[in-house]
Design a protein around this ligand. Structure first.
Ligand code: NOJ
Length: 764
């Protein structure tokens, strides 16, 4: 190999491009800097080849957005000429090898490509959707499922996942809430780190780990009205205090890549935002990975009305800090000329390409571009028994018991006959959820199958679908017809309900009702399901409702009437087995809601960590406070809520002192007792309220939690340490800092049932 001579200006540009990055400590051991190798390769590259590294195309057969570049022949030609840095949606060892071979065998510099894919809750084995899994509050488990997803996806050729999504999601109308860890910044941050560590491991060059992506930077979860792709209008303080924390944690802990957002915030599309991408992410936080656009989000700058044409869009995006172009063609078509015309500096290109190449070195792709292309490993790992076992364990822990009047659950052994009713009861597809990677259609264990697997032979089980509520929407982009009108079979279901001891009703949302492009104005039970629930209830009120859904739903009528409700989300491949085990008491449910459930769709966005306002409720007999006239105040089920088959009692909080200084800490201690008759798990949650501050602060904010196991009758004493970092926020000084004053401390089993204490923080 011959190395072209380095030009002095070139060297200076390179030095400059690295010196503009204020690299801070990178805690994730997977993150390394390969500056020397990157520089020497960069020096051999033509401008065209550099721009090529900034181009990402989708394989044509698994689209996750509107296709712009369908021409596979042209893509292959470009890969062969070294003009494509990465592909997405190319899956399986065979397909990845074929594409990689073009880059390695045919291109001049033989730079391997990255293969990205939406491994959101598994590759072919489906773990619970992220919102469901967050309900486990088990960070170790979430790390394990990310590790397992990486193991499975890398066995199928993939080396980069577009996960975790860390958009704080307060609005249940937004379909993508199912991809998030819910409404709370602290929980989201903890989950994000667990996920990143699971995907990336300690060493990205290990062929069982993959690069992760923090997305969507930033604000997507705050689209107005929860209407997909809408604008965001939030202020600077909300941005810093609510939206940015999980992103910042991932950036400073070594996440490999960021993806920006489709949305515009206060007039500036995220893809065009220099402030977000360059000033905050790269300069302030010292992020040294690269930023990929979202699907055609560069092209969409034209639709947003901030770019005149595709060339203009490329110029704006690259100058704002966006490094790789997913699928818009704008970089491929215009970047070279933009540099030649002096509208984009080569320094910026070098910076972007260095970041991309650095990730390729980290993954070890230059040592072996086919390291993820082992067919034997693919056969052994994909959908293996080991993965199924973990999917089952994760499903168990993600289930939340919302209601259990008269301990109707778990189902008593003496029940001799069970009517299993509902459109989702024998559904093997819905539990797979949206963003299901390469999951095989209808591969989940249905509730009917789960019950057949687990019920004693002496129990008679009769199944009836009741209604169909949905048609279409069988894949990622196709529209749904939600409100099917045929109620002719409801009466048959009612008759079955009458003739059985126990009814299990399985209702909710279909898989593709949540996810991208799946916002809903009405989040109550769709179609004729409400009618089905009411009719069955009249015939036999002894009902356990099993809810399947990707978002919080308005189930107010059911919550008032149905004695037991089990939130089972879209639980993944092993859904039915896990649900059956919870119904039958083989597992004691331990999940807690990571999102608030409303009483009515129109209350959305509804979230526990809201501001107090100038008019909170003061007097029961007056209306002049912040509320709706026509809906009861507050949530149907609050954030953090979830029952168990046992019960827990909290003692009072005791503090080792009532105030602390900078650098100090307060220890809060609390006793929790299992007062029921069986062992169980409890998520003990700690919240803080800053009573007076320079800006308005939430009425409470989650700051810590511990998931503990308690035997019947057992008491455990838990200690929590509170330090300055727990009270810091983005203050009126536009700095992340603490303010002295009085704070309320709250500990309990959910956000509405808390023991309280107070403490002071002093600076003098
Ligand atoms: C668009 C989605 O917004 C993003 O999350 C996803 O990773 C890309 N499409 C690729 O499928």
């Amino acid at each position: 190999m011959t190395f072209p001579k380095l030009h002095l200006v070139h060297i200076l540009l390179l030095i400059l491009s690295f010196s503009t990055m204020k690299v801070k400590s990178q805690n994730n051991k997977a993150s390394k800097n390969h500056k020397h190798q990157v520089d020497s390769l960069l020096n051999k590259m033509t401008l065209k080849e550099k721009v090529g590294q900034m181009v990402q195309y989708s394989g044509g057969w698994d689209l996750t957005g509107p296709a712009k570049s369908k021409n596979n022949k042209l893509k292959k030609e470009q890969i062969s000429n070294g003009l494509v840095g990465s592909m997405l949606n190319v899956t399986s060892v065979e397909q990845v090898r074929e594409a990689q071979k073009l880059a390695i065998k045919k291109s001049r510099l033989k730079i391997p490509m990255l293969f990205g894919y939406d491994v959101i809750h598994g590759y072919q084995t489906m773990f619970p959707v992220p919102l469901a899994e967050a309900a486990s509050w088990n960070l170790e488990l979430m790390k394990k499922t990310a590790e397992a997803s990486a193991e499975e996806a890398t066995a199928a050729g993939i080396n980069w996942t577009f996960a975790p999504m860390v958009d704080i999601s307060q609005d249940a109308r937004w379909g993508r809430i199912m991809e998030s860890a819910g409404e709370d910044p602290y929980l989201n941050t903890q989950v994000a780190l667990a996920k990143m560590n699971g995907y990336q491991g300690d060493d990205l060059s290990d062929p069982q780990t993959m690069a992760a992506t923090a997305k969507h930077f930033a604000g997507y979860g705050f689209i107005i009205g929860g209407r997909e792709y809408n604008s965001v209008n939030i202020g600077e303080f909300e941005l810093h205090n609510t939206i940015l924390p999980p992103f910042k944690a991932l950036a400073i802990n070594g996440v490999a890549t960021f993806m920006n957002s489709f949305s515009d915030m206060d007039g500036i599309p995220a893809t065009a935002s220099h402030r977000l991408q360059t000033e905050i992410l790269k300069e302030k936080w010292g992020f040294n990975g690269f930023i990929v656009s979202d699907w055609d989000s560069i092209g969409e700058l034209e639709e947003h009305g901030v770019a005149e044409n595709s060339a203009d869009a490329a110029r704006i995006a690259v100058n704002a800090g966006n490094d790789m172009d997913m699928q818009s063609n704008a970089y491929a078509e215009h970047l070279v000329k933009l540099v030649q015309d002096g509208k984009v500096s080569e320094k910026r290109i070098n910076d972007a390409v260095s970041r991309i190449l650095n990730q390729k070195f980290q993954l070890g792709l230059f040592d072996d571009p086919y390291k993820y292309c082992d067919t034997t490993r693919e056969q052994e790992v994909v959908y293996s028994k080991k993965l199924q076992k973990l999917a089952y364990e994760a499903a168990l822990e993600s289930i939340v018991l919302l209601k259990n009047d008269d301990q109707i659950l778990p189902i008593a052994n003496e029940k001799k006959s069970i009517a299993l009713i509902g459109p989702l009861a024998d559904d093997k597809n819905t539990p797979l959820g949206n963003w299901r990677g390469r999951a095989k259609k209808n591969s989940a264990v249905s509730v009917l199958e789960g019950l057949k697997n687990k019920l004693p032979k002496t129990t008679e089980l009769t199944y009836h679908k009741g209604v169909d509520f949905i048609k279409g929407g069988e894949s990622f982009m196709t529209p749904l017809q939600i409100n099917q009108k045929d109620d002719s079979k409801i009466q048959e279901a009612v008759e079955i309900a009458k003739n059985n001891d126990q009814v299990i009703l399985v209702v909710g949302e279909s898989a593709f009702q949540s996810g991208e492009g799946r916002s809903q104005a009405d989040i109550s039970l769709p179609g004729l399901q409400k009618q089905l629930v009411k009719s069955v209830y009249q015939a036999n009120p002894n009902i356990i409702m099993v809810l399947m859904n990707g978002r919080p739903m308005d189930i107010s009528w059911s919550a008032d009437h149905i004695p037991a409700i089990l939130e089972t989300w879209h639980l993944g491949s092993q859904a039915g087995n896990a649900i059956a085990d919870v119904l039958l008491g083989n597992y004691n449910p331990s999940g807690k809601l990571p999102v608030t459930f409303p009483r009515n769709s129109a209350q959305e966005p509804l979230y526990y960590n809201h501001k107090n306002t100038g008019r909170p409720k003061a007097n029961a007999n007056e209306v002049i406070y912040s509320h709706y006239n026509d809906v009861k105040d507050g949530p149907l089920f609050p954030f953090g809520f979830g029952l168990s088959y046992t019960s827990f009692e909290y003692g009072d909080i005791s503090l080792n002192k009532d105030s602390f200084f900078k650098g100090g800490e307060i220890i809060a201690e609390i006793n929790i007792t299992n007062t029921g008759k069986r062992k169980g798990e409890e998520v003990v949650q700690l919240y803080i309220r800053d009573l007076v501050a320079s800006i308005t602060r939430p009425v409470k904010e989650l700051k810590d939690f511990k998931k503990i196991k308690l035997n019947a009758g057992e008491t455990k004493t838990l200690q929590f340490s509170i330090t300055e970092k727990d009270i810091e926020f983005y203050t009126i000084n536009r700095k992340w800092e603490s303010e002295p004053g009085e704070f309320k401390l709250m500990i309990g089993g959910h956000s509405k049932d808390l023991k309280t204490a107070s403490f002071n923080f002093t600076t003098d």
